[in-house]
Design a protein around this ligand. Structure first.
Ligand code: SF4
Length: 367
C-alpha cells in the first residue's frame, strides 16, 4: 500500500513544490544555515523565524563564529524567539562541530541525533535537505497531512500512533529529491492542508486523500482533549538601591528560561500574600532583605504548559542577610546592579521585557 501511495503522491507533490514553493532565506543554504533554520523553526512560525535567521547569519556567518560567541551574546540575539533551551543547545552543538568536527556537520540521521538539541525530526530535515539523504520527517504539518491522507481515526498524540506515522513517513520518502519532497509535505501542511479549513480544491494529492473522499478532513487528526492549563501568580521585585540602580538576577543556566535575566522573585505559595512571597523568594534566591513598596505593573504571559500573572513591585534594597555583605547566588546563576539604560545589554524573557517597557514609559512621562 505504501509503495502505491508513494507513487501516487511523490510526483504531484514535487511538481506542486516546483511551482508553488515559498522562497525562504534558508533555501539552498549550507548545512549550517539549514541546521540553524530547523532549530529556529521548532515550535515557531516561519514568518517569525525569517528576521531572526537573517540577523543570526549576518552576525555569525560561519559556525566557528557562533561557537566562539558567548552564551549571553547568543541569548541576546535569540531574545523574543522563546524556548531558550534551543539557544543553549545551539551554542553547545556549534562548539562540538567547530572543535571536534573541523566545522563539518555529520550527514546521517544517526550521527546528527547525537548532537544537543537535534531529535529525529530535525536530524531527518538536515540530512535530507542539506545532504540529500533518504530520510523522513514528521512534524505537526506532516502528521496532519498523513492523518488526513489515510483518514486516521487514532489519537495522534499517542506514541504508538506516532510510531505508526513515522513508519509511514519512512516508507513514503523517495530515493531522489527527498529534501524537496520533505519540504513539499511541510509546506503543503502550512499553506493548503491547514488545521481548520484545508483548501482541498488546490491540493495536489486530493485524488488519493481518504479524508477528502470521506469528508472527514476537519476531524483529522484526532487529538485527545488537552488538560486545562494551570495558572500561577508570580511576584517580582524592581529593586533599587540608594543611587537608583536596579538589581537583576540571571536564572539558573538549565531549565525554563535558563540563562536569561529577570527581575528576581518567584511563584506565590498557598497562604502567602504577594509581598510575603517576594520577600521569601529574595531571601531564598539572593539572601537579601527588601522593603516591598507599591505594585508597579502586572503582566500576563502564557508558556506552553502554564500561564502566569507577573506582579512587579517597586522595592527598596535594605541589606544582604547576615553574615553576607552583598547578594548571593543561592538559587540564581548571577546577579548585577545596573542602571535603567544598561538593561538593554541583558537578555530577558517576554514578561520581564514588558516590565522594562513599562519602566521606559514611566521614565518618558517623568522627563
Ligand atoms: Fe489535506 Fe484536503 Fe489535501 Fe486531503 S485533500 S491532504 S485534507 S488539503
Amino acid at each position: 500500500m505504501a509503495n502505491n501511495l508513494s507513487q501516487e503522491i511523490v510526483s504531484p507533490l514535487l511538481d506542486w513544490y516546483d511551482t508553488h514553493a515559498t522562497n525562504l532565506p534558508w533555501h539552498g543554504a549550507s548545512p549550517y544555515g539549514v541546521w540553524l533554520s530547523e532549530i529556529m523553526l521548532q515550535q515557531t512560525q516561519v514568518e517569525t523565524v525569517i528576521s531572526y535567521y537573517t540577523h543570526f547569519m549576518k552576525k555569525y556567518p560561519h559556525i566557528s563564529q557562533l561557537a566562539n560567541a558567548s552564551l549571553d551574546a547568543i541569548l541576546k540575539q535569540w531574545e523574543g524567539l522563546g524556548y531558550y533551551s534551543r539557544a543553549r543547545n545551539l551554542h553547545k552543538t556549534a562548539r562540538i562541530i567547530a572543535t571536534e568536527m573541523d566545522s563539518h556537520f555529520p550527514q546521517t540521521v544517526h550521527e546528527l541525533m547525537k548532537l544537543p538539541g537535534i531529535g529525529r525530526y530535525t536530524a531527518g530535515a538536515i540530512a535530507s535537505i542539506a545532504f540529500n539523504q533518504v530520510a523522513p520527517v514528521l512534524d505537526g504539518n506532516v502528521i496532519r497531512v498523513f492523518a488526513r491522507l489515510i483518514d486516521l481515526d487514532d489519537d495522534v498524540t499517542e506514541s504508538r500512533v506516532k510510531n505508526k506515522l513515522w513508519d509511514m513517513a519512512e516508507k513514503l520518502v523517495p530515493q531522489k529529491r527527498s529534501g524537496d519532497y520533505n519540504q513539499a509535505l511541510m509546506q503543503l501542511g502550512q499553506k493548503i492542508c491547514t488545521p481548520r479549513q484545508p483548501n482541498c480544491h488546490q491540493c495536489p494529492i486530493q485524488a488519493v486523500c481518504k479524508a477528502f473522499a470521506n469528508d472527514t478532513q476537519v476531524t483529522r487528526p484526532v487529538k485527545k482533549k488537552r488538560q486545562p492549563i494551570p495558572h500561577y501568580d508570580v511576584a517580582a521585585g524592581i529593586i533599587r538601591d540608594e543611587s537608583g540602580r536596579l538589581l537583576i538576577a540571571q536564572r539558573p543556566l538549565e531549565g525554563l528560561l535558563g540563562g536569561l535575566w529577570e527581575f528576581p522573585g518567584g511563584k506565590q505559595e498557598t497562604g502567602e500574600s504577594l509581598p510575603q512571597c517576594l520577600k521569601r523568594e529574595l531571601r531564598e534566591e539572593l539572601a537579601i532583605e527588601v522593603e516591598v513598596g507599591d505594585l508597579f505593573v502586572q503582566v500576563k504571559h502564557a508558556f506552553t504548559h502554564f500561564k502566569i500573572t507577573l506582579h512587579a513591585y517597586n522595592c527598596r534594597y535594605q541589606s544582604a542577610m547576615s553574615p553576607y555583605t552583598e547578594p548571593q547566588t543561592l538559587e540564581v546563576a548571577n546577579w548585577a546592579w545596573v542602571t535603567d539604560d544598561e538593561l538593554t545589554k541583558y537578555s530577558f524573557g517576554k514578561a520581564d521585557r514588558e516590565v522594562i517597557r513599562a519602566l521606559d514609559e514611566r521614565r518618558k512621562m517623568l522627563f
